[in-house]
Design a protein around this ligand. Structure first.
Ligand SMILES: [Zn+2]
Ligand SMILES: [Zn+2]
Length: 255
């Protein structure tokens, strides 16, 4: 029997790296994105297209499940057809939170190596029920991580990667859990100094003008690392001039 190849076949498979023995992942630009392809005037989930093309069966109202648990995978032998009920049972048995759960996001991306997300999560302890602390190699007071020569604060990077957005310099990331090295996305919130949804959190953590010796040490370390003074000031809820005074030793020189 000759297999009829759909028109989009080449376009579909050109986008996928099928050179490995494991999952064949649909490329996405953010970790929160689903694998989709634009076909016949509408957006369709790529793994459903793969299933239909390969097995010649339209999944219709059925769910195309991933045996591999990797939602971005389009490898036909990793896919199987099931009902919504079966899919829910499968999820429950694997203790997943559904595809919106943060562990699900990590799970889906566990096959990707070398990405910023993978590098970050490789240094995070996600086994706790509550906070997911960033694990330090050194004795740094804050959560710095260097990836491909670029330097990030782990909790800011985590926010960007999990929520799929690019933070602006003026955005302040606060911890609702009061654990500075925690990178669990639902423990982080974003605001700016003038319009801060996390104002209460910020005020209770870093009361303006109430810097402690510990914070001063962190600020000094960040200045030495070349962080912008404005960025540091934002993170600590103080005026930029204060950071400048700390840098020159005009303030807090005794710490
Ligand atoms: Zn797979
Ligand atoms: Zn936390």
């Amino acid at each position: 029997m000759e297999m009829s190849v759909p028109k989009h076949w080449k376009r579909f498979w050109n986008r996928v790296d099928i050179s490995n023995d494991g999952c064949w992942e649909w490329p996405t630009t953010s970790t929160r994105q689903k694998g989709v392809i634009y076909l016949g005037g509408k957006t369709t989930l790529a793994h459903r297209v793969s299933y239909r093309d390969f097995y010649g069966v339209d999944p219709g109202k059925f769910v195309v499940m991933h045996k591999c648990d990797n939602y971005l995978c389009v490898r036909p032998d990793h896919l199987s057809l099931g009902t919504v009920k079966e899919n829910n049972a499968d999820r429950a048995s694997k203790c997943r939170n559904g595809d919106k759960g943060w562990l699900g996001v990590i799970n889906r991306n566990r096959h990707t190596q070398g990405t910023k997300f993978a590098r970050l999560m490789g240094r995070v302890d996600i086994n706790g029920d509550e906070c997911w602390p960033f694990l330090d190699n050194d004795k740094s007071l804050y959560d710095k991580i260097t990836i491909n020569g670029q330097y990030y604060l782990a909790h800011r990077l985590a926010y960007e990667e999990f929520y799929g957005i690019k933070l602006k310099e003026v955005d302040v990331i606060m911890h609702t859990c009061d654990t500075p090295k925690c990178v669990r996305p639902d423990h982080l919130c974003v605001g700016t100094l003038s319009n801060n949804s996390c104002d209460m959190v910020r005020k209770s953590r870093h009361p303006v003008g109430k810097l402690t010796p510990e914070y001063i040490k962190i600020i000094r370390e960040r200045i030495e690392n070349g962080d912008k003074q404005r960025e540091i000031a934002n993170d600590f809820g103080v005026d930029q001039s204060m950071v400048s005074y700390i840098a020159t030793g005009a303030s807090w020189s005794y710490v």
